[in-house]
Design a protein. Structure first.
Length: 170
């Protein structure tokens, strides 16, 4: 499913409808904190971590199934995430996204959090956004905080840190 960005400027009601769509064909970057948390929940690193080399840097990406490119933690029958309480930070942010610069969508405006200026969006293709009966209210501030946390964790995520993590988990 392709992310269809719309500016996220005021609180939105959200309820996941488990439509099966957003956990397939996505490139989910993992931070070292994500990898450690999922591993401590009993999952073997070799089952869920895929290494990818991008622009001369090693990145860690959530593994996908070959037959449908679905995340290996996605239950294809129920649409549910089987590691929901420990899922990667990027999955907690979806169906929203956080950018350090505008991406060229009509109506976009920055949100200021501390000294950070961020542009926030939601995915208009996610049927859970403003879904009927949706009780969970998501605010731009909480998404901005998660985005900054991801940025901070992602900066610290490198091969040396991964090797240290392997030793610590051994
Ligand atoms: S696209 Fe939206 S409603 Fe569908 S599974 Fe993902 S978060 Fe839930
Ligand atoms: S970890 Fe869970 S929420 Fe994230 S892509 Fe996989 S199934 Fe979806």
């Amino acid at each position: 499913m392709r992310f269809k960005p719309r500016p996220f400027k005021k609180p939105i009601r959200f309820k996941c409808l488990f439509c099966l769509d957003c956990c397939r064909g996505r490139h989910v970057y993992l931070t070292l904190a994500d990898i450690g948390r999922i591993s401590k929940a009993g999952h073997d690193l070799q089952d869920f971590v895929t290494l990818s080399v991008e622009g001369g840097k090693v990145r860690f990406v959530l593994s996908v199934r070959e037959w449908d490119l679905g995340c290996i933690f996605h239950n294809p029958e129920t649409g549910r995430c089987t590691i929901h309480p420990v899922r990667p930070l990027i999955c907690r942010i979806y169906p929203f996204m956080v950018s350090r610069k505008p991406i060229g969508v009509e109506g976009e405006e920055p949100v200021e959090l501390g000294d950070a200026k961020l542009w926030l969006y939601y995915d208009a293709n996610c049927p859970g956004v403003n879904a009927e009966g949706a009780g969970l209210v998501i605010t731009p501030e909480e998404v901005a905080e998660l985005g900054l946390r991801f940025e901070k964790e992602f900066k610290k995520t490198d091969l040396d840190g991964f090797i240290e993590l392997l030793k610590a988990l051994d």
